[in-house]
Design a protein around this ligand. Structure first.
Ligand code: NAD
Length: 305
């Protein structure tokens, strides 16, 4: 029996900045893979690049797969792919599993899981952190929510995409955790850029300030991996959309509201990111929020070097 016959057949829906490199790592693990994106050209190109079978609809992915990964922008789109016309849910066999790796909304994820359970299909939420670089190397941090037995079944598959797998609770728990992670990341980015703006008006060099922060207690993921690379360089192309960050902050604040948690700092954080989205327009990289901060500060951090 060859390796592909022993492994479950995998479907992968959503081949964007994250999905394409993640699907590549699944294919490299020897899985028979069927892929789909809303953009037919992307489906064909990714399928050809990684040796997968291109599909024309979510229903076709379902008919060919035992486990289907979704890596889509929002829970609303996941619902459409599952339950819309030519949807996945109608063609998946009883006993199959949906691995929802998008950054979704936990309450909607739980509703989706209930609808799927009525069809004897299990759902695991498995959102990721680490961005495009770690998606490429298969080194993502993956949060897992779901039933223990289902999580064990999908563990070898998600281990193709990530190196840190953390079970955080039942269905929906991982989506809550992911939104909270991005809330922390979003806040760290804003405060870091504000510090650079204050310091540059005082006369400090932005580059030197980033070096000092990174050697000191002010260090965070943005100071280490984003400020020089994407802000001071003026590239603003980290590969994670500002629109997606605003979506994630909205989810975090919804969880705050559902849990009756008072969150003045988080609310301000969402308000600033939303204002940046309105000011800069949709389709921006999330690191462009620094340009919005420059506008309201009336200063520019200037080109690198
Ligand atoms: P993206 O916009 O680059 O890709 C999304 C892909 O989904 C696109 O190729 C789009 O054509 C496809 N799509 C949209 N609707 C579809 C449909 N109905 N059927 C099939 N395909 C459809 O987004 P991304 O950056 O890859 O992010 C995907 C998810 O992962 C989001 O939930 C995001 O918040 C999360 N995420 C992103 C990053 C990052 O660094 N980019 C990191 C962690 C998590």
């Amino acid at each position: 029996m060859n390796q592909q016959q022993q492994l479950p057949k995998i479907g992968f829906i959503g081949l964007g900045a994250m999905g394409a490199p993640m699907a590549r790592n699944v294919a490299a693990g020897g899985y028979a893979l069927t892929v789909l994106d809303a953009d037919a050209g992307t489906t064909r190109k990714v399928a050809a690049d990684i040796g997968a079978t291109p599909a024309a609809s979510a229903a076709e992915v379902g008919a060919r797969s035992d486990i289907v990964v979704t890596m889509l922008p929002t829970s609303r789109i996941v619902e459409t792919v599952l339950f819309g016309a030519d949807g996945l849910a109608a063609s998946l066999k009883p006993g199959s599993i949906v691995v929802e790796m998008s950054s979704g909304a936990p309450s909607r994820t739980r509703e989706i899981a209930e609808r799927l359970a009525a069809l004897d299909i299990a759902l695991v939420d498995a959102p990721v952190s680490g961005g495009v670089p770690r998606a490429k190397t298969g080194d993502l941090a993956i949060m897992l929510g779901g039933e223990a037995a289902t999580l064990e079944t999908i563990r070898p598959l998600v281990a193709r995409m990530g190196s840190t797998l953390t079970v955080v609770g039942g269905v929906g728990a991982a989506h809550a955790m992911k939104a909270l992670n991005n809330l922390v990341s979003a806040g760290g980015f804003l405060i870091g850029i504000e510090a650079l703006l204050i310091g540059s008006r005082f006369g400090l060099s932005p580059e030197t300030m980033v070096d000092v922060l990174n050697a000191s207690t002010g260090m965070n993921n943005s100071t280490q991996k984003k400020f020089k690379q994407f802000v001071l360089s003026r590239r603003f192309d980290a590969g994670f959309g500002l629109d997606l960050m605003v979506k994630d902050l909205g989810i975090a604040l919804d969880v705050a509201s559902e849990t009756d948690t008072t969150t003045p700092f988080s609310s301000l954080c969402l308000e600033l990111w939303s204002a940046a989205q309105k000011t800069l327009g949709t389709g921006q990289d999330h690191t462009a929020v620094a340009r919005f901060q420059e506008i309201i500060a009336g200063s520019e951090l200037g080109p690198r070097g």
